[in-house]
Write a protein that binds this ligand. Structure first.
Ligand code: GRF
Length: 204
């Protein structure tokens, strides 16, 4: 795939920052061509602007329903000839229509070892379950909620002393290492989706 990447965000954008930093270190060949937030006040938009990346707010509250928001989103991506859509803390479910349009070119990062703890409260759910380990998952997006084909996972131990805050710090650290590497492999075509299965290089 050629490498025009859009990053979709809703919040602080530390994963976006990890991608920006990887790009500056020349570890990411894909061009970060657009950062789009459904929340106009997202800190991630400031990070994009500071890095000289086009930052666009598309406020979902201005749309009558999910489908009309997703159609506007799709148009913005196509107008910029985006090849790969990277969800990085984008807190909005996408319609099956949108997912179908971008299937195989749409990835997400989730703060658990999927299929454990899907949904918006993965860290809280992990602590409530007294899990001994958790981690992060990067996956292609399918129409389900956090159910798409898994590309990569990384594991960390959970301490009984962990709070959501301490766990979030370690999870973020893992995410920031893993996401840029995986995005680069997708941009280079070394990781891709074929017939619903993830093709990837052998582990080294
Ligand atoms: C990350 O933990 C990611 O796994 C989840 O949302 C969080 C986004 O954090 N999908 P940030 O906005 O990148 O700091």
């Amino acid at each position: 795939m050629s490498g025009r990447v859009a990053v979709l965000v809703s919040g602080s954008g530390t994963n976006l920052q990890a991608l920006i930093d990887a790009r500056h270190r020349q570890e990411l060949s894909g061009e970060l061509a657009l950062v789009l937030s459904n929340r106009p006040g997202a800190r991630a938009l400031e990070r994009a602007k500071a890095a000289g990346i086009e930052a666009l707010a598309l406020d979902h509250q201005a749309f009558a329903d999910r489908e009309s928001f997703d159609r506007a989103l799709d148009l913005e991506l196509r107008q910029r000839r985006i090849d790969l859509v990277v969800l990085a803390g984008f807190m909005r479910l996408l319609t099956p229509w949108f997912v179908g349009e971008w299937y195989g070119r749409l990835v997400n990062i989730h703060p658990s070892l999927l299929p454990e703890f899907p949904g918006a409260h993965a860290l809280r759910d992990c602590l409530a379950a007294r899990a001994l380990r958790t981690g992060v998952t990067i996956h292609f997006v399918d129409p389900g909620c956090d159910t798409g084909p898994v590309i990569a996972q990384a594991v960390l131990d959970v301490s009984p002393l962990d709070t959501e805050e301490t766990l979030a710090l370690r999870v973020h650290h893992l995410e920031h290492q893993l996401y840029p590497r995986v995005v680069e492999l997708i941009v280079r075509g070394e990781v891709r989706l074929e017939d619903g299965r993830v093709v990837k290089p052998p582990e080294r």
